[in-house]
Design a protein around this ligand. Structure first.
Ligand SMILES: Nc1ncnc2c1ncn2[C@@H]1O[C@H](COP(=O)(O)OP(=O)(O)OP(=O)(O)O)[C@@H](O)[C@H]1O
Length: 667
């Protein structure tokens, strides 16, 4: 955001010529996706509509762009050590203890072969000793007991560091998931317009899992492996400097081979993982849209697509398996070769009395420890790369900010809101389709306590108005006020949960009971309040007919209730919070004629005394509205009561009414 800060320093005047040139120049010298380039692009969009941008307007572009980090963020986000430290810090003592115990284990792994060598030396000395007075038990018991002690310490320390690491890792993962989910929930609608649900779920689940596993592995195995390498190398040198030097010569070639092979395997693993994600994506879409899949008989097609992708993933995984097999096989061959050469060379040393048999065994065990640790480290490097890229993907979402903060702004005691809504010169285009202005210079007033209906052909911008009123998006130009106050000044959460109740075209329920679904509108509502709202929404009777009544679980997205029932539950949910402004966006569209009549009378009841904005395709349902606004291509073209609008012979409303009455529905 340095570029944006730099931009802020550019002197801006009414003509903006100077700033325009500076901006263009700076945008040109920064990279294509840089903040300044985005500022410049925004400037051009705004300037094309208003050539005389003043400093306030330019600043608001900057603010807009800062909020739109969502749009400019890409997956090339780097791993953020500061953010990592933020999660590490609360667990630092647990991790420090885990690290200390992991080091103890590493030390024991080095000490045990030495002690083993001692024991073997004692045994062989017993065989070679000619004296009969030697006390076998006495001589063996000491090193055996010491070895037993080391084994016990090793298992206790292993248990301890694994437990501590699990505690720290799980706590960190839980904190990351909590924060990530919280941040995602607060993001702008724009983010959800752009991002696939599967992608968000992936970051919340697999990426956090990958990050946690890598972190735990790096501390446990990475630390242990590297300490063991150092410790074992020292003990090798202590046992036999000559043998140690010879064995050391083979290490660089093992590392080089392991690195080359490892990178090939990692590439294959990434490809296999990506291919698997493609097949998962197909399955996710087909299953989450199972009704559409079934309705179009697309099971075979979806299955074939899935099968193709799974086969590709399978092939890649087989190649990966073969690669791992070759790697492990070669690794074994090299390791055994080293063991054999050490035995051969070490045997000579033993025969020349330059080395004892026990030392040779200790040497072999230490060599194998080094080899095992080196293999582990080559695997861990790949794991670390995967973990860091998962961490970067998590951080990318954690750093996204919302241009409509949920918890800032004023809250007004509920009863003081009258609910007069005014759209003044509102201009808006969706962030995902900036070039298409959905609303332009839109002016409209909804007097408090009145029922206002908006009609117009599909795509004329009716639902967009509702989205702007609940601040799913903010207008680009102009302002929307409630009781004379710009809605951007209000606390967005408070506004949505206390002032405005919205029922949209496709209300979704959560997979819990009907009682909890209605209570979603007001979490502290009593059962009696929930039932009263259900009665108002004409939902009580059908709910009572379900075997479990209000305790009926409605399935994912409310699939186990009919469209009309879902609509009425949603109406009850919105009514429960007793909002001063009620928005009904095609709220009765899914109802049959009888239910619609019932819900209509319910709406008439609840609309009394509160501002109600109704969007309806069926014009028969809004005849009694106090004001009817007719929209066409994002503009308000007519306004008045049903009778007034019908009296305009060539009016749009009268024409729409005629078409609908004749049975052709173009709305
Ligand atoms: N999330 C979105 N991102 C981009 N464009 C959108 C989005 N939602 C709607 N639009 C576009 O905005 C325009 C107005 O859409 P809107 O949903 O407000 O129309 P509408 O009058 O409510 O239509 P309908 O009666 O069919 O619901 C349409 O051209 C539509 O394609």
């Amino acid at each position: 955001m340095l570029a944006v800060r730099l931009f802020r320093r550019i002197p801006v005047g009414t003509s903006s010529i100077k700033s325009k040139s500076c901006l263009r120049l700076l945008a040109g010298i920064t990279s294509g996706g840089s903040a300044l380039t985005i500022v410049w692009k925004h400037y051009r969009v705004h300037a094309s509509k208003n050539p005389k941008l003043d400093s306030n307007q330019l600043s608001s572009i900057v603010r807009e762009v800062e909020g739109k980090k969502v749009a400019s963020s890409s997956s090339s986000e780097k791993f953020d050590w500061k953010l990592f430290w933020h999660y590490l810090r609360p667990q630092i003592w647990v991790i420090a203890c885990a690290t200390a115990t992991a080091l103890v284990v590493a030390y024991l792994n080095v000490a045990i072969p030495l002690e083993l060598g001692n024991l073997i030396n004692v045994i062989s000395s017993l065989f070679t000793s000619s004296s009969s007075s030697v006390d076998f038990k006495e001589m063996l018991s000491k090193p055996t007991f010491r070895l037993l002690q080391l084994y016990i310490y090793q298992s206790i320390a292993t248990f301890e560091y694994i437990t501590l690491l699990s505690i720290a890792g799980e706590r960190m993962a839980a904190a990351i998931r909590r924060d990530l989910f919280q941040n995602v929930l607060k993001l702008d609608m724009e983010f959800f317009d752009r991002t696939k649900t599967g992608e968000i779920m992936d970051r919340l689940t697999s990426d956090v899992q990958e990050f946690k596993s890598s972190f735990k592995l790096l501390i446990s195995q990475g630390l242990r492996a590297s300490t063991q390498i150092v410790g074992s190398a020292v003990s090798l040198y202590c046992i036999s400097p000559t043998l140690a030097t010879l064995a050391g010569l083979t290490i660089p070639s093992i590392i080089a081979g392991g690195t080359v092979f490892g990178s090939v395997l990692r590439k294959l693993s990434r490809q296999a993982q990506a291919q698997l994600s493609v097949s998962t994506g197909i399955a996710y879409e087909a299953i989450s849209n199972i009704r559409t899949t079934r309705a179009f008989g697309a099971e075979t097609k979806e299955h074939e697509m899935f099968q193709n992708e799974v086969n590709k993933a399978c092939e890649l995984n087989i190649r990966l398996g073969i690669g791992i097999g070759v790697f492990q096989g070669l690794n074994n061959l090299v390791m055994n070769g080293i063991v054999l050469s050490t035995i051969a060379l070490g045997g000579q040393f033993v025969s020349q009395q330059r080395l004892s048999a026990g030392d040779l065994i200790a040497f072999l065990v230490a060599t194998q420890t080094i080899q095992r640790s080196l293999t582990q480290i080559s695997v861990l490097i790949g794991q670390a790369i995967r973990g860091m890229s998962a961490g970067a993907r998590i951080h990318e979402y954690q750093k996204l900010t919302s241009s409509i903060p949920l918890e800032q702004g004023i809250r007004i005691p509920f009863h003081s809101m009258l609910g007069q809504v005014q759209f003044s010169n509102v201009g808006f285009s969706y962030p995902t389709r900036e070039q298409q202005m959905v609303l332009e210079n839109f002016n409209f007033t909804i007097p408090c306590g009145k029922t206002v209906a908006l009609v117009g052909p599909s795509g004329s911008g009716k639902s967009t108005l509702c989205s702007l009123l609940v601040r799913f998006y903010d207008p680009i130009n102009g302002q929307i006020t409630i009781d004379g106050k710009d809605i951007r000044k209000f606390n967005a959460t408070w506004l949505r949960s206390n002032v405005i109740g919205m029922i949209n075209q496709e209300p979704t329920l959560f997979s819990t009971t009907i009682m909890e679904n209605i209570r979603f509108g007001k979490p502290d509502a009593t059962d009696a309040e929930v039932m009263a709202a259900a009665k108002l929404a004409m939902a009580h009777d059908f709910i009572q007919l379900f075997p479990d009544g209000y305790r009926t679980v409605v399935g994912e997205r409310g699939v186990t209730v009919s469209g009309g029932q879902r609509q009425r539950i949603a109406i009850a949910r919105a009514l429960l919070k007793n909002p001063s402004i009620l928005i009904l966006d095609e709220a009765t569209s899914a109802l049959d004629a009888e239910s619609e009549k019932q819900v209509q009378s319910a709406i008439n009841n609840v609309a009394k005394g509160r501002t109600t904005l109704i969007i309806a395709h069926r014009l028969s349902t809004i005849r009694n509205a106090d004001i009817i606004g007719v929209m066409l291509h994002g503009k308000l073209v007519e306004m008045g009561t049903h009778t007034e609008l019908m009296s305009k012979k060539n009016g749009v409303y009268a024409e729409l009414m005629r078409i609908q009455q004749s049975g052709i529905n173009i709305l």
